[in-house]
Design a protein around this ligand. Structure first.
Ligand SMILES: CC(C)(COP(=O)(O)OP(=O)(O)OC[C@H]1O[C@@H](n2cnc3c(N)ncnc32)[C@H](O)[C@@H]1OP(=O)(O)O)[C@@H](O)C(=O)NCCC(=O)NCCS
Length: 206
């Protein structure tokens, strides 16, 4: 296991790659188009967030987090549409030492939903975390009413571990969250992303 972020990871129809400063236009377009769709699941943001400068600042923060091994932001790409950006998956709160854990967040363009892209992106982020970054545990958290997101984690092999009361401030309200977990051992026993179930490793690395 190396401790560097991969340049790109792909499944059959979905790929992820680290964000860059060049993604500001595409991320702004996605964020603006999906503003109402994402608002119930997002913290309150300053008005400047939905500007090119705001997206640039977020991508610069991604770059600093990557440099400091604190977090790893990825763009989700639709391979069936020539690698068009369709969302984001993010490993954050990286803790090393005996813990080797990170949180995980993700969102997907509403118009590209329901085709398995989020599940594939989550599984590719697991591959980045466990096979490339040397992490041992990923701990996403989902509001109990977000059954769609919980389904994504269930399909990606995560275990629902318990309820954390008033865990995150979402859309201005301290919301309970269900904590999910997956460890490197469990990830290692999974079939490849999107591909035929023949055992790992089955995805292509670039
Ligand atoms: C949650 C989200 C990432 C899912 O993206 P997606 O691309 O539709 O996900 P997938 O296609 O991989 O899988 C969705 C699964 O949820 C199921 N689903 C859809 N709507 C559902 C609902 N209301 N309740 C329960 N399950 C639902 C789908 O049927 C599918 O499961 P299946 O394959 O067993 O049929 C996307 O809708 C999103 O970005 N939502 C807003 C932001 C968000 O919630 N982020 C996560 C915060 S923890």
């Amino acid at each position: 296991v190396s401790a560097t972020v991969p340049g790109r990871l792909e499944g059959e129809r979905t790929a992820i790659r680290p964000t860059t400063a060049h993604d500001a236009h595409a991320m702004l377009e996605l964020r603006v188009r999906n503003a109402a769709f994402l608002a119930p699941y997002d913290p309150l943001r300053p008005r400047s967030f939905l500007t090119l400068a705001g997206q640039g600042a977020m991508l610069a923060a991604d770059e600093r987090a990557r440099r400091d091994d604190r977090g790893y932001g990825f763009v989700v790409l639709d391979r069936t549409e020539g690698d068009v950006p369709i969302g984001r998956v993010n490993l954050f709160n990286v803790v090393r030492g005996p813990r080797q854990s990170a949180g995980m967040g993700y969102w997907l363009d509403e118009g590209h939903g329901g085709r398995g892209h989020a599940t594939a992106a989550v599984r590719l982020a697991c591959e980045a975390a466990f096979d490339h970054l040397g992490l041992h545990r990923l701990e996403p958290a989902v509001m109990p009413r977000n059954a769609r997101s919980a389904r994504v984690l269930e399909k990606a092999g995560f275990r629902r571990e318990g309820r954390a009361v008033r865990y995150l401030e979402i859309a201005g309200v301290w919301e309970d969250h269900d904590l999910f977990g997956l460890t490197a051992e469990e990830h290692g026993a999974q079939a490849p992303v999107d591909g035929p179930a023949q055992g790992r490793p089955g995805t292509r690395h670039h």
